[in-house]
Ligand binder design. Structure first.
Ligand SMILES: [Zn+2]
Length: 594
């Protein structure tokens, strides 16, 4: 009796009960005739038969010892429960992932021996990160999240180093070490390599069979864990790297708009005109009191009589770099959708201003020292700058720099390009001592549980930007200036079920179906600007008329040219908000407002 309990026959009798019930239940749930998806199981079966024949010829055991099988099962079940996001979402799915885990463990060991640890270590660690990421931030580790993570500033990453996340990281580390220790001990004791190969193929086959008998409406490729997950993670990482590299290359390879002949009809040079182009960071339109938000986040802007507000402005992408490209070049919307007419054909609009007598100065936040994608793209797009300033600490530290440039260039025509941290996660940049909305704190350990504090922190950053803009405008007092503000993308504070700005690569979170793509945009000008040239007054008037229409990033390049009367073959009056020929944005956007 005892020897029967120790036998492989007992192992298979005991272990196959659950999958058999699973298969039977799955087949019963098919509403149409069962379709056998044959290529993968057939290939596995053929390999198994060959491997068994070779084992027989070499007089090797067909399978590892029973105790090895039992330990493999325990190891696979434990790692499945701890690491697999889908372990319990579908009750009859567990045998699929446990068998596949057993199969992959054996096969990788046979193929790579110790080298397999190099694959398991990052995989298991990322799987725990996946669990935390999904439960706390509502996102999976897709290519977009990975691309954003690769681009995150040290400050942003530190926000995620919460005691909970650190504890999870330590537990993941201990778990991985324990997994390795047991795995190596078990597999090294197996009677032969051939027996492990047979076991690997057999368990993989059983896993695949359990998965493919599920009725079509319950089938998900993610259930084939860890095989499918490993493949997805690999693809997501390479996609993230390629995506970041492609964005940089796209910006770097654009021909300058100054290669074509262009002219300016309004200014001769040295009139002291100032254009401020401020690309905001992560500002949702619906979080500005300017647009009716109940908390007074934009008290100063709200009271400016000469402010032209655009309540319906759609951002092109949830990625800062892509948004910058769409704003500064003639790119249109979703520049990755491969439609030729949406792609940029020329470089930064700032080059044209520079060519027509404007001195360009750029003011960045502290991020711009990263030497990463953001830094490289924004540097290409602001290449014509006389000087670039980084603001360490808070964005307000750039105020004396701006005032200094304005004072030193009283008679020059200037472009001041501003792009600082604004309301970027982790919503740190506001006056903590005089914060208007309390209690406020950025708790990314569990933002949903601290919704009020996180929302207040975000609102404080918008309020802080309002004061920043007031101070910039103050330093331009007496100058003919026009201040164009547009945010790069929105942010999620529980909106659309998302916290932070991630998960947007998932189909159900398509960026333009969420409220996060509606961003803040407005234009302020001084009376001196409109008085400077009849064209300016007419253009501002048309801008006022068109402000009720839906606009987007794609309008900025052409509107800046139209506003200043710059002619170039790249100009399109249909995308110029200062023109009576302007056509509103008709691209993807959320259907209803939340
Ligand atoms: Zn951004």
């Amino acid at each position: 009796m005892l020897s029967f309990l120790r036998s492989r026959i007992f192992f298979f009798i005991a272990v196959l009960v659950l999958p058999l019930v699973s298969v039977w239940k799955s087949l019963a749930a098919w509403e149409s005739a069962f379709v056998f998806d044959w290529p993968v199981p057939t290939a596995l079966l053929l390999l198994l038969i060959i491997s068994l024949l070779v084992s027989k010829k070499r007089q090797k055991d067909y399978l590892p010892q029973a105790w090895v099988l039992w330990l493999l099962l325990v190891l696979a079940a434990a790692s499945d429960c701890a690491c697999n996001l889908y372990a319990f979402v579908a009750p009859w799915q567990l045998p699929t992932s446990i068998f596949l885990m057993m199969g992959c463990t054996c096969l990788l060991w046979v193929l790579l021996r110790w080298g397999s640890l190099l694959l398991w270590a990052p995989f298991l660690f990322l799987q725990v990160a996946q669990q935390v990421s999904f439960s706390h931030y509502g996102t999976r580790l897709n290519s977009l999240v990975l691309a954003e993570t690769m681009e995150a500033s040290a400050e942003e990453l530190l926000t995620y180093l919460t005691p909970f996340n650190m504890t999870m990281a330590i537990l993941a580390f201990i778990g991985t070490v324990l997994f390795f220790y047991l795995m190596v001990r078990v597999l090294r004791c197996a009677n032969s390599k051939w027996s492990l190969l047979n076991a690997g193929l057999l368990f993989s086959l059983l896993g695949v069979l359990c998965g493919i008998v599920l009725p079509p409406h319950k089938q998900k490729t993610e259930y084939f864990w860890p095989a499918r997950e490993g493949y997805d993670l690999f693809m997501a990482c390479s996609e993230a790297l390629l995506h970041n590299q492609a964005t940089i290359e796209q910006a770097e390879n654009l021909p300058l708009p100054t290669q074509e002949s262009s002219s300016i009809s309004t200014l001769k040079g040295k009139e002291g005109v100032v254009l401020v182009l401020h690309i905001g960071e992560s500002v949702r339109a619906d979080r500005m009191s300017l647009n009716g938000y109940e908390k007074d986040t934009t008290p100063w802007l709200r009271q400016q009589p000469n402010l032209i507000n655009f309540p319906n402005c759609i951002s092109s992408a949830c990625d800062t770099c892509q948004a910058q490209i769409a704003i500064l070049t003639n790119a249109r919307r979703d520049i990755w959708n491969k439609q030729p007419e949406m792609q940029p054909t020329t470089g930064s609009v700032l080059e044209l201003f520079n060519a027509h007598g404007f001195k360009v100065y750029s003011f960045f936040g502290q991020r711009s020292g990263q030497k990463l994608k953001y830094d490289r793209v924004v540097r290409v797009l602001t290449k014509c700058s006389e000087d670039r300033f980084n603001a360490p600490g808070s964005p307000w530290t750039s105020l004396p720099q701006i005032a200094g440039v304005v004072d030193a260039n009283r008679s020059e025509n200037l472009v001041l390009f501003i792009n600082n941290e604004g309301s970027h996660t982790p919503f740190h940049h506001y006056d903590k001592k005089n914060a208007p909305f309390l209690p406020s704190a950025t708790d990314f350990q569990n933002p949903a549980a601290h919704a009020q504090e996180v929302n207040n922190a975000y609102d404080n950053t918008v309020h802080y930007t309002d004061e920043f803009i007031r101070r910039v405008v103050q330093s331009l007092h007496g100058r003919p200036f026009v201040y164009v503000y547009i945010s790069d993308h929105g942010e999620y504070l529980g909106h659309d079920g998302i916290w932070g700005r991630a998960a947007l690569g998932e189909s159900k979170y398509n960026y333009h179906s969420t409220t996060g793509c509606r961003v803040g945009m407005f234009v302020i000008s001084s009376p001196e600007f409109e008085a400077k040239h009849p064209h300016f007054a007419a253009a501002m008037q048309q801008l006022r008329v068109n402000s009720v229409r839906t606009v987007a990033h794609e309008h900025i390049f052409h509107s800046l040219l139209g506003l200043f009367g710059i002619s170039t073959p790249h100009y399109d009056s249909r995308l110029d908000i200062c023109s009576d020929k302007m056509q509103p944005y008709n691209g993807p956007m959320p259907e209803t407002e939340n």
